[in-house]
Write a protein that binds this ligand. Structure first.
Ligand code: GLN
Length: 534
């Protein structure tokens, strides 16, 4: 049977439970175990698809087309394994399932209650994902003390009773703040948070204590004494320069050893050299490259989590230090302002987005990149913007627009496809998840991927309007990627430009530090090269 690791958070949010869980996943995987990961989100939304990026950050999409919490992006980037619908469940989903069963009469007239019906549903989800895997890491969203996470904590408390201590491990992430006035690290929040967890019936087996500074033995002893956790299992998760260093911190603290010990698993040697190289590239590269990311959520960078990660991976792979210049497309629309913002950047990226706000700024930015031969990478909405701009200013279709922004526009070069059978197949209007795409020979994209067919993940409603394919191609934009049935335009490029690519999918979802997404890699490479020649 699978060994289950539960990652719980105390004291406050934003301590990096997702990164901590992912780092544990990487270490277990590097020891040769089959790892799978899962997140429970305690909110009532059925999935994060309908939640604003301003509030909730990016919606991460899996191959099987599920809109999930952005932590799944961290999981995939660290453990390098594509996850699916079993890896993210929300309270909303769980209640929906329980209520459906109730309506169907499955509970045979019993009173339906949080315990045992909701908790059983949660336990089933944990068990289900454990099949065929050695290690399951389950992250419980929220912070201990929240009303919302109680059913999940209760479920995992029961789960330990069901499977035994040797098959379940509770890891608790807490915070040890440094109080400047006292000049000391303080253990009280960790003590109280652990008491709170014990009240719920869970005694943590391992503590991961986040802190700004390394703590000494005295602090460790104190935490161990008050929390009832063995001293050797109180691990100091000290702040590091890049999230990719966290597994190393855990490894140096022998966390993997403690986990194996607990589960009676063989502790295999970990080869960390590939990650060491990545960390070195991120931290110690001397040459810099500056990429403008132009969107409307730039003040909430969590909205572009995977784009930021993919850029970091790509810069590291080119041994470049990455500077991201976040450009607010709502504020940047006059040509003077665009030039002012973009004059010193080496590449321009327009990421995905929804709705009309900031659109004209983005069209101006795409034009600036095209006319000034600045490497350009448009993702999803970014492709649509590039097509609109090209239609308006090169094909002379002045009224070209997307029907998303103006239903009545004269030339909807980006439009909803009523007859699109893919959409019907998905049972909704959003094209979600992985789709295959054929690449056209002798194009830049083909050269970049070095393959004839690729698969990337989608999340959008609108498509390139085929009625305009001829005029757009005639004017020099090349369709370098298309669906296998030649129907859906997936990638465009402009050959008469050093690097101008737009993709209808989200390639950032599949970029990993040790397996960099090829378009990101070559976009950075080109930006860096042109910078050198300046
Ligand atoms: N709003 C556009 C659409 O729905 C683009 C979506 C996106 O960038 N993810 O087609």
């Amino acid at each position: 049977m699978a060994k289950h690791i539960f990652v719980i958070g105390g004291v406050l949010s934003s301590l990096g439970k997702g990164i901590a869980s992912s780092s544990i996943g990487l270490l277990m995987k590097k020891m040769g175990y089959n790892v799978v990961m899962q997140k429970f989100d305690p909110y009532l939304n059925v999935d994060p698809g309908t939640m604003s990026p301003f509030q909730h950050g990016e919606v991460f999409v899996t191959d099987d087309g599920v809109e999930t919490d952005l932590d799944l992006g961290h999981y995939e980037r660290f453990i390098g394994i594509p996850l699916n619908k079993n890896s993210n469940s929300t309270t909303g989903q769980i209640y929906e399932a329980v209520l459906k069963k109730e309506r169907r009469g499955d509970y045979l007239g019993k009173t339906v209650q949080v315990i045992p019906h909701v908790t059983n549903e949660i336990k089933n989800l944990i068990r289900k994902i454990g099949k065929d895997n050695d290690i399951v890491i389950t992250e419980i969203g929220g912070t201990v003390g929240d009303i919302e996470s109680l059913p999940f904590l209760e479920a995992i408390r029961q789960f330990r009773m069901d499977v035994g201590i040797e098959n379940s491990l509770f890891i608790y992430l807490t915070y040890v703040p440094f109080i400047k006035a006292a000049g000391e690290l303080k253990t009280k929040p960790t003590q109280h948070a652990t008491t709170k967890l014990r009240e719920i019936g869970i005694q943590p087996d391992i503590l991961l204590c986040r802190s700004e500074r390394l703590f000494n033995d005295e602090i460790r002893n104190k935490i161990a004494l008050f929390t009832n956790v063995q001293k050797s299992r109180v691990i100091n998760a000290v702040d590091v320069a890049t999230i990719y260093e966290v597994p190393k911190v855990f490894m140096q603290a022998n966390l993997h050893e403690k986990i194996c010990e607990h589960f009676h698993l063989t502790q295999n040697k970990i080869d960390f050299s590939d990650w060491d190289q990545i960390i070195d590239n991120i931290k110690n590269s001397e040459k810099e490259v500056t990429i403008a990311v132009c969107g409307k959520y730039v003040e909430h960078q969590d909205a572009y989590k995977s784009v930021g990660a993919a850029l970091i991976h790509a810069a590291a792979a080119n041994r470049m230090k990455l500077n991201i210049k976040w450009v607010d497309s709502e504020k940047t629309f006059s040509s003077e302002e665009i030039e002012k913002q973009l004059i010193d950047v080496d590449g321009i990226l327009i990421p995905g987005g929804f709705g009309v706000r900031g659109i004209d700024g983005k069209i101006g930015i795409a034009r600036y990149a095209r006319e000034n031969q600045i490497p350009f990478f448009g993702i999803c909405l970014g492709l649509q913007i590039a097509v609109i701009e090209f239609a308006q200013n090169v094909c002379n279709l002045k009224e070209a627009y997307s029907s998303e922004f103006n239903e009545e526009c004269q030339h909807p070069v980006i439009d909803l496809m009523e007859d699109q059978r893919y959409l019907e197949m998905m049972g909704g209007s959003m094209r979600l998840g992985a789709y295959p795409c054929k690449l056209k020979k002798n194009t830049l994209t083909h050269k970049i991927y070095g393959r004839k067919e690729i698969s990337e993940r989608h999340r959008h409603r609108y498509e390139f309007n085929n009625k305009y394919r001829e005029i757009i191609e005639k004017n020099g934009m090349v369709i370098s990627g298309i669906s296998p049935d030649d129907f859906l335009v997936e990638i465009i490029e402009i050959p008469d430009h050093p690097f101008f690519i737009g993709v209808q999918f989200h390639p950032e979802f599949k970029s990993r530090p040790d397996k960099v997404q090829p378009i990101f890699r070559d976009f950075i490479k080109k930006a860096a090269k042109l910078k050198m020649n300046k």
